[in-house]
Design a protein around this ligand. Structure first.
Ligand code: 13P
Ligand code: SF4
Length: 354
């Protein structure tokens, strides 16, 4: 069953307004940052700071994290790393929910982001008050939220999950006879529902990047590359998931590229992932999955506009000034409440499946 909250249309407009701002920002950003890399790397090495980067950010930033004892990872491993590293400061190159999660899990560290404007359409599409009243009207259900949500939404949840463990968590809880509210990604929600058969009420929001992967040109691409495997992030539409050879979180897709025997892969996720995926499979051909189709237009064109706000120049500004406007702060009470579902996520162990 899929539920549309009453404010669905206004939520969609709300997301649109954020997206327009991010796209405008991308247009006005300065182009070249060549020459900056070595200086930023030196400053980072001399600072008591670790850089934690998501696979979707600029490859230069991923390389910077690798070369300075930081981490490049999916959202689950980013959260784990932030909590276990001993540096005094963290720079999170990703989007705001990743910075907030790092701060909640590491309250004594100072957490910075190149810009706090880097949000996520799923987070924007799940406003705190509407979500709370939705939950309040279904008190008999376990509330499970995706990591791509605000601290306030997490604080209302029983569980937080990322795409790497969502199916396993809901499957384990469904075996205890539980029913669920799932938010915010409808495609991931439907995928989980299909995999587990769980009784779920699903919030109606989507990722603006993955929603654009469509079948239109996929047939032609698969004809041209008959041996190519199809790798799909579960925030993508069902038609893509149904055709996939592997569905999973960003790390799981990188692992699938190494595990599967195909000489090439069509990849339906943000193209920032090619940097790490190609490192894993240097001999294989990686092809971006088509968005929209010939003659169609795409808004994000397989690259998240908010991830793109992370720039080397922004990291340099942090290392020079540590501006307050870039520090991630989370209200203490909210952080305490969100800690519980987040800890469940970090402590969850996939049950032995036989
Ligand atoms: P992962 O948890 O797979 O890293 O995904 C995060 C994300 O934002 C995907 O769009
Ligand atoms: Fe959010 Fe989509 Fe960007 Fe991931 S790719 S951060 S889900 S908008």
């Amino acid at each position: 069953m899929t539920t549309q909250p009453d404010d669905y249309i206004s939520t969609r407009e709300h997301v649109r307004a954020y997206l327009d701002r991010a796209l405008l920002d991308a247009e006005t950003r300065s182009g070249s940052e060549s020459g900056l890399y070595d200086a930023v790397k030196q400053k980072l090495m001399e600072s008591d700071t670790h850089l934690v980067a998501h696979y979707y950010v600029d490859p230069q930033i991923q390389q910077l994290a690798e070369e300075t004892n930081g981490l490049v990872a999916d959202s689950l491993e980013m959260a784990r790393f932030g909590a276990r590293t001993d540096a005094r400061r963290l720079i999170v190159a990703g989007v705001s929910f990743m910075g907030e999660t790092a701060k909640i899990l590491s309250p004594t560290k100072r957490v910075f982001m190149p810009t706090l404007e880097a949000t996520c359409s799923l987070d924007v599409g799940c406003p705190e008050n509407e979500f709370k009243s939705f939950c309040d009207s279904h008190p008999d259900r376990e509330v499970i939220v995706y990591a791509n949500t605000s601290a306030a939404v997490k604080a209302r949840a029983d569980w937080v999950v990322t795409s790497s463990i969502a199916v396993e968590v809901i499957s384990a809880l469904a075996m205890e006879g539980k029913k669920f509210i799932w938010a915010p990604d409808r495609y991931l929600g439907r995928y989980i529902q299909k995999q587990t058969g769980a009784d779920m009420l699903i919030w109606d929001s989507a990722c603006v990047v993955h929603e654009e992967f469509r079948l239109y040109d996929l047939d032609a691409l698969q004809l041209a590359y008959p041996d190519a495997g199809l790798l799909v992030h579960p925030e993508s539409p069902e038609e893509m998931i149904d055709r996939a050879d592997a569905v999973g979180s960003t790390t799981q897709l990188i692992n699938a590229a190494a595990r599967l025997q195909n000489p090439s892969f069509i990849v339906a996720t943000d193209k920032g992932i090619f940097y790490k995926m190609q490192q894993q499979v240097p001999e294989k051909l990686l092809i971006a999955a088509p968005t929209r189709g010939a003659g169609g237009t795409c808004q994000s064109c397989a690259h998240c506009p908010w991830m793109a706000m992370n720039r080397l120049s922004g990291i340099e500004r942090l290392l020079d000034d540590w501006p307050e406007s870039c520090e991630v702060l989370v209200d203490e009470k909210l952080a305490d409440q969100a800690m519980k579902p987040l800890t469940r996520m970090l402590e969850f162990k996939v049950p032995y499946s036989g």
